[in-house]
Each structure stands twice: as C-alpha cells, then as structure tokens.
Design a protein. Structure first.
Length: 562
C-alpha cells in the first residue's frame, strides 16, 4: 500500500514539474513546451509623437520633415528636404545612418555570423517591417532639432581604407527656434564603440536652454533563434553607482511597474539580449535623468536626458557621448565605462561567475581552443574540490559496504516499518556512517558549478567556436547528439556506482531522474554538455579510485524494474 502511495506521489510530482516548466516558458514570453496554445502575430506599428513638453522625448515615427532655409528677403520658409541613408563600413561593422535625425538604424557585425543563416553576418540594429532596433539622439525643451528632423549629410569617406584608423559621418540640422544641431559620428578601426559629438549652436537672437536626449528604441520581440529550453534576458537596463545594474522586463514597462534610479551623474542605459548589447555612455559627472517607457504597441525605449545649460545668442555647446553596439566581451566593455560588463548578466552568482570566467579566459590564452579550455577548467575545479569530493565518495563507499546489512534487515522486518527505522539508525551508529555525509560536500560545490553553467551560457566567445571534429559551434546543440548520449550514459554509470537506496521506490527514481534530466541536454549548447560530461567522467574516476582504496570494489547496482 505504501509503495502504491509513493508511486502516485511521484507521478503527481512529475506532472507538477511539467506544468511548472510550461508556466516558466510562458513567464519568459515563450511558447509552452508541452501544452502550446496558438499565438497571434502582431505587427509593430510606428506611432506618432507621444507626449510634449520639456521632459517628453519624441516617439520614433516617420514624418515628413522640413528644414528652414533663409530667403533673399530674410524670411524663413519651410521647404521639404529629401531623406537619405548612408552606409559606412569598417573592419568590424557595417552601419547605416538615416538623415532623419542623423540616427543609426542598422548595424551589422562583420565578425559574427547569424545563427539562423551562417552565410550572413549578424545584424544587431535594424529598422524594417520585421524588426525595430535603432539608436537616436536629439534636443528637447523647445521646438528644437530632434530625431524626426531631416538633416543635411556632409559628404565624406564611407569606407575605412587600409592605413586609416577612423572615419566620420556628419549631419547638420536646419535652424529651429534659433537652434542648430550638428551631429558627428566617429567610427574607429576594430571598435564597437562609436563616438558621437553633439554641437548645439544658438543662431537666434534670444537665449535657449535645450536638453540633449539619447535613447535606444526596439520592439519587444525575442531575438530570432533563441532557445526554448533555457531562458535568457532581452530588454532594457540602466546602471548607476547608487543602485548598480537594474534590468527591466518589457512586461514590467507594460504594467507601469518600472522601479529604476531616475537620475544620477554616472552610469549608462542599455538594451540587452543574449550575447550582444547596445548602450549609451556619457562622461561621469554630467547630470542625467534616466527613463524607460512604452512608445507604442510592442515598441519600447530606454534613454537619458542631460541639460546643456543656457546658450546665449551666438554661442555654442559641445557634448560628447559614446554608443556601444557589439558583443558582450567583458574585457572590452570594462574598458569603456565601469559596470558595462554587467550587461553580461550572471544573476546572483556574479561573485562566483566573474572569477570563473577570468580563469576560463586565462586557460584559453594558453590552449587557444574554447572546448579544451572548458575541459581544463572543470579539471582544475575537480582538483580544487578534491578533498570535499573524497569525503563524499568515502561516505558513499561506507554506505555501499553496509548496504547488504540494511537490505537484509528491511527484508526481515518488512512488516514493521517503525522497527526498520530504529534498526537502520542503530546500524549507522555502530558502523559510524552518516547517511548525509555524501550529500553535504557536494551541496557546497553546487553554486560553483551553477555559476560555471551561466558563464558558459552567457559567453559570446562560445558562439561559433569549434572544439573538435563534428563540434563546429559550442553555443549550438551537438548536430549528431553524440555528447548528449555520452552525458546520459555517464549519468547512468554514476547512478550504478552509487549505493542503491534501501527503499525500492527511491531506487527506481534514482534511475529514472537521470534519464528525465538528460533529455534537456539534447537541446543544450554543446559547450554546456561538454562541461557536464567532463565533470561526470572525472567524478566517476575519483569515485572509482576512492572505493578501491577503501577496500570496497566498484560494484554496479543495476535497476530492478518489476
């Protein structure tokens, strides 16, 4: 009767896990794995300007813009100005700028292939019918030039030639309310950070107090190719020295539950996705107001506004900013501004993950292969935790040695459950065995290996990185499922080497659970599976050696499903 109850409870528990997993998928904005429901695609609309006043940033809507041009009579008329786009190419970026606002509307990363079509380069920024993700700047505080104002493009070089280290793209706005904005983008060789100089000129007869805004606008869709097995964050984030790194889900913006630092004198605003990010950076010491808002249906913005002070007639003010748009490489991001490396989010295990990544990077500098670097890192961790593992496996060996006594006792007293517990505790005392002794040393190590999991999952260095033979991309699943099969076999071998639980139901579950969890590894990136496989193999080897030294020859406890 007890066995039947336990079986029913295990079935309920398993079904609850399935339901929880489906709810977790839906919570992260993905299609349910086991009980999918039909979804309706919604087109992203481009809205007209939302809000007005000094604090309102114009929404990213295509409008017919006009520029003020002087006439011979000294009057100003509104004359339509043709909108144009310009493409710029460096060794690492292909960018497109739009004369409407002088905005960056397209960014292709030439060193990174697209995961869906590896013959194409990865596109981060884009403004098309399928996607919206752009970087914009402009002035508020009056009817001043903003990202909807069509500007004049100054002729210049559009491709970085050999021996050339930088090139510039310059836009000049028409005068609006006596204010002119000159925006100069400077792109450096080998850099994913683009310098943007804003020169604000008061050409009028009265003082002006404009404010400069910098914003990133994108739709709320998950990037194409995202895994349905594991979840990664996509959305806006801000950083200040006061509250550090704060990321916000798009649905929190929808519900109006955004709770971020609203102002500061340092930090950045960013849009984050798996492996890549964009961020607006200002020099420390400049006051700024931070904002996140919903622009339109499935369209969001994150940005900051900084005052330029009062400009007297005939004066100008220049303010420099930087736009980062590229891969989440920690060393590169750390060199740009403090805290930018946190967009590569390890969560609450950052304190463990950062040194693990540092160690992985150091190993790679010697081996030159990320796959072997993973193997080397797991080997070093196993050496570091050798004595803890030794205690765990020694305790398991003792449990295995007394297991025949416990099995015999349970058979003899099978109708007296209370006496079974008393006899079991007596055997543990006499044999000086702690049944939890094999668990505690392993539990201590769990945070370290979870942190390593996030290091491997988050590191763009694994993207398109080969290991050996058939593994051409450590960030993608094994195309032939060889590593997942080996991982499953190693998990079953570990189970066979462990002492069988006295309870028959528990013994069966010890065999079922590795099979259940191994299913997920068929969809995990090869780098993660390699890490788990290496850890399993080293654990089996250590357990084998310790059991032999203790005089408990390795014995395979095979399942009995009857």
């Amino acid at each position: 009767m007890n066995d039947i109850r336990r079986t029913i409870l295990w079935v309920i528990f398993g079904f609850a896990l399935v339901l929880l997993w489906d709810k977790w998928q839906l919570h992260n904005g993905k299609q349910a794995t086991f009980f999918p429901s039909p979804t309706t695609a919604t087109a992203t609309a481009m809205a007209p300007a939302a809000g007005s006043g000094a604090a309102a940033v114009p929404a990213p809507a295509p409008v017919v813009s006009t520029a003020a041009v002087p006439t011979h009579q000294g009057e100003r008329e509104r004359t339509p100005v043709a909108r144009e786009q310009v493409e710029v190419t460096t060794d690492v970026l292909r960018l497109k700028f739009d004369s409407e606002g002088g905005s960056l509307t397209y960014a292709q990363l030439l060193k990174y292939a697209d995961m869906a079509d590896r013959s194409q380069n990865f596109v981060l920024f884009d403004e098309s019918a399928q996607r919206v993700y752009v970087a914009q700047t402009g002035l508020i505080g009056g009817n001043f030039p903003n990202h909807k104002t069509v500007m004049s493009l100054v002729p210049g070089a559009r491709e970085l030639k050999d021996g050339q280290d930088s090139l510039t793209v310059r836009f000049e706005s028409p005068e609006m309310d006596g204010v002119k904005l000159v925006k100069t983008w400077t792109i450096q060789r080998g850099a994913y950070a683009v310098a943007v100089q804003h020169e604000v000129i008061n050409t009028g007869s009265a003082s002006a107090s404009p404010q400069l805004y910098l914003q990133l606008v994108r739709d709320g869709n998950k990037p194409p190719g995202e895994s349905s097995i594991y979840s990664t964050f996509t959305g806006p984030a801000v950083y200040t020295s006061a509250k550090k790194y704060q990321k916000v889900e798009f649905k929190e913006i929808d519900s109006g539950k955004v709770d971020i630092e609203k102002s500061g004198t340092d930090g950045y605003v960013a849009m984050v996705q798996h492996y890549f990010a964009s961020a607006w950076l200002l020099a420390d010491g400049l006051p700024r107001d931070l904002f996140m808002r919903k622009v339109d249906t499935n369209l969001y913005s994150v940005g900051m506004i900084t005052p330029l002070g009062t400009l007297a007639p005939g004066t100008s003010k220049t303010l420099d900013a930087n736009l980062f748009a590229g891969p989440q490489i920690e060393k590169s991001m750390e060199s740009l501004t403090p805290g930018l490396e946190l967009v590569k989010d390890y969560g609450w295990l950052t304190i463990l993950a950062k040194p693990l990544y540092w160690l992985l990077d150091k190993i790679h500098s010697f081996l030159g292969n990320w796959g072997w670097s993973i193997v080397g890192l797991v080997l070093l961790l196993k050496i570091l935790f050798y004595w803890l593992n030794a205690k765990a496996y020694a305790s398991m060996a003792k449990m295995k040695a007394i297991n025949p006594k416990i099995v015999e006792m349970r058979e003899r007293l099978k109708d007296k459950p209370q006496q079974i517990q008393q006899e079991m505790m007596r055997i543990y005392r006499e044999e000086k065995v702690n049944p939890m002794g094999g668990c505690f040393p392993i539990v201590i190590q769990i945070p370290v290996f979870i942190a390593l999991y996030w290091v491997l999952l988050s590191s763009v260095e694994m993207r398109n990185a080969p290991w050996i033979g058939w593994i051409h991309d450590l960030s993608s699943p094994d195309p032939f499922f060889i590593l997942p099969v080996l991982m499953t076999l190693s998990s079953l071998l570990q189970t066979a080497l462990n002492p069988a639980p006295p309870d028959p139901i528990q013994a069966k579950m010890m065999w079922i659970m590795p099979l259940v969890f191994s299913v997920m590894f068929f969809f995990f990136p090869a780098g993660l599976v390699l890490y788990w496989l290496t850890n399993n193999i080293l654990s089996i080897a250590q357990q084998w050696v310790i059991n032999t030294r203790m005089g408990v020859p390795p014995q395979f406890n095979l399942p009995k499903f009857k």
